[in-house]
Design a protein around this ligand. Sequence first.
Ligand code: G3H
Ligand code: ZN
Length: 287
Amino acid sequence: MLVSATEMLKKAKAGHYAVGQFNINNLEWTKAVLLTAQELQSPVILGVSEGAGKYMTGFETVAAMVKAMDESLGITVPVALHLDHGTYEGCYKCVKAGFTSIMFDGSHYPFEENLAKSTELVNVAHQLGLSIECEVGSIGGEEDGVIGMGECADPAECKTIADLGVDMLAAGIGNIHGKYPANWKGLSFETLDAIQQKTGVMPLVLHGGTGIPADMIKKAISLGVSKINVNTECQLSFADATRKYIEAGKDLEGKGFDPRKLLAPGFEAIKATVKEKMELFGSVGKA
Ligand code: G3H
Ligand code: ZN
């Protein structure tokens, strides 16, 4: 069933595990993530970036597809439909479209403007029963046109935003969207600890979940991370499985070119990646 992310993240914070946000890009992606969450009895957050929303012909289409699929697949685990790295305008569009959660990414504004817009959107979201994520400090790298310098968040600014009553807080701690470069220095656990000291029970969000080593993931969870976002890693596993299918000439055998056959290896690869992450994050059986 579709719910806001509030309760699942409160439980995760208290239970010292993290809920995965897996970005969706089409019907097959959505089905793969939902079925895996159900099979593992794990809560899950479906992330939709502004670009993916456009690609899927609009947030209303996405909301209708997810709602219908959640029902037709008989999904009983908590599922949040969440706008990822939302613009100010995008947040209002997703509220209207029937999303259950939004992220306002105001990290590229001067802090005072981020604070003002976040304040407004927290009130709107909570009046309508949605959960809301805000961001302080930016996530490095590029994701669907969202480019960040990767500066670490200021713990005092994190507290100011947390005090608005957001349901989850994304803070730059040296994390990067996309593949991590070989010379990456790792997460700044010192910053993360300082943020948790300031924000207390606030569920913290780790963006750029692709490729972060398991020990760092576990340490981040121990320091207050309760939501971890993964997108690129599912895209890479989908592409790799699809390539192998075609390189093996499977698309030339019989009706191997049928999109339901052509997309199947990638579908299974997404499921395997999501399963691996849910097991690592500790959310299996926590529905
Ligand atoms: O907002 C989406 C996530 O931060 C995804 O990051 O593509 O590096 O896994 P990733
Ligand atoms: Zn992100």
